[in-house]
Design a protein around this ligand. Structure first.
Ligand code: KIV
Length: 271
């Protein structure tokens, strides 16, 4: 019997057991109560309240503008819709980079005010001290390496990261540092599949890939991309499971026509 089928509540320990047993981890982003409830019902292992909310919920071009208060609002909505999944919340840009005391204070706010189970932050060596401090306070931390969207203005593009040997070596070293600092898992975003394989095999903790190939211990996608709500974003790594955009536009179009033609509501829909 797979751990996934047996488990009533996913914890960081469950994810470690999945890696040890060779069972892949499923993770999706969620930002609100209703979708979290549906994803939880579908037995997703991990729900990530990603700072991608800045893009897909608020319409910003980057993840930089979203605030800690806004992340807390999204995370508490997700928590209310979740019974089984582990809920991880992104620390937004500016809420942890300046020093480890501020990072801890931000992580504590998320845990206290949302009821979430873990936090995620982006970066390697530069944020290791913060990871250690947050973990020592009893808060589980997920790392995030490779393409780290909060640093988009440093990279300049959303292209594949760590193709060059020096960047690949830094990523390998960072992944070890994050594991030593106490991270329970690491997201690997948009890096070559062979590098992700090497990192996944060298770490004891699980890796969760997005655009990082099939050898990671789990996979994550942004819900608006995989459900086809956001149809303009079509990177090679994305598998679109639904075309919700067309279904919604069609349904709303039919509703508009019915209202205009005075065909909605009918007698049976009236009091
Ligand atoms: O914010 C987010 O959605 C993420 C995933 C892409 C991993 O960090």
């Amino acid at each position: 019997m797979s751990i996934h089928k047996e488990i009533k509540k996913v914890t960081t320990h469950t994810l470690q057991k999945m890696k040890n047993n060779g069972e892949k981890i499923s993770m999706l982003t969620a930002y609100d109560f209703s979708f979290a409830k549906l994803f939880d019902k579908a037995n997703i292992d991990v729900l990530l309240v990603g700072d991608s909310a800045s893009n897909v919920m608020a319409g910003h071009e980057t993840t930089l503008p979203i605030t800690l208060d806004q992340m807390i609002y999204h995370a508490s909505s997700v928590i209310r819709g979740t019974d089984r999944a582990l809920v991880v919340v992104d620390l937004p840009f500016g809420s942890y980079q300046s020093n480890s005391d501020i990072a801890l204070a931000s992580a504590v706010r998320i845990m206290k005010e949302t009821g979430a189970h873990a936090i995620k932050l982006e970066g390697g060596e530069e944020i290791v001290e913060s990871v250690k401090k947050i973990v020592s306070a009893g808060i589980p931390v997920m790392g995030h390496l490779g393409l780290t969207p909060q640093s988009i203005y440093k990279f300049g593009t959303y292209n594949v990261r760590a193709k060059e040997e020096s960047e690949a070596n830094k990523l390998k070293n960072d992944s070890k540092l994050l594991q030593e600092a106490g991270c329970f898992a690491v997201v690997l975003e948009k890096i070559p599949a062979l590098l992700a394989k090497e990192v996944s095999e060298s770490l004891n903790i699980p890796t969760i890939g997005i655009g990082a190939g099939k050898h990671c211990d789990g996979q994550v996608l942004v819900m608006h991309d995989m459900l086809g709500i956001n149809t303009e974003f079509k990177p090679r790594f994305l598998r679109q499971y639904l075309n919700l955009a067309d279904s919604i536009v069609d349904a709303v179009g039919r509703y508009v026509s019915d209202v205009k033609a005075n065909e909605f509501p009918n007698d049976a829909e009236s009091y």
